[in-house]
Design a binder for this molecule. Structure first.
Ligand SMILES: [Zn+2]
Length: 128
């Protein structure tokens, strides 16, 4: 499973079961010390990451790579780390697409198209 800090919205690493790529939430050591100090801005950051994931998913359904790159560049420009985009946003989308295909909510062609879209969103093209 992918561990994710529910306060600062950053990737924390992995934990068993390593085959399961769903997200499990926790609190990172830095946030643990200030757990009662979170502000409206922290909440807005969480909401903006959720919105970014929704926008990336919609762009994927349209196979709109240009939109995907703009969404990711905007995220990185607003101080969301590339690793957090990759592990916290794109990986869970891929996992969900696989689950949607398994339960018949997405066709093989749609699943392959979405996977190809995600593989074209090169994390290497992101600013560091
Ligand atoms: Zn944290």
């Amino acid at each position: 499973m992918l561990r994710w800090c529910c306060y600062c919205q950053q990737f924390l690493g992995e934990s068993p079961d390593y085959q399961n790529l769903s997200i499990t939430h926790g609190i990172c050591p830095a946030c643990r010390t200030k757990v009662f100090e979170f502000t409206e801005a922290d909440l807005k950051r969480s909401e903006s990451i959720r919105d970014m994931q929704h926008q990336l998913h919609e762009a994927g359904r349209r196979n709109d790579l240009g939109a995907a790159q703009r969404i990711i560049e905007n995220a990185v420009a607003s101080n969301i780390r590339p690793v957090d985009v990759l592990i916290g946003v794109i990986a869970p989308m891929l996992y969900q697409v696989g689950e949607d295909w398994k339960r018949g909510a997405m066709s093989v062609a749609e699943e392959h198209g979405f996977t190809a879209y995600c593989s074209e969103i090169s994390i290497g093209s992101l600013p560091t």
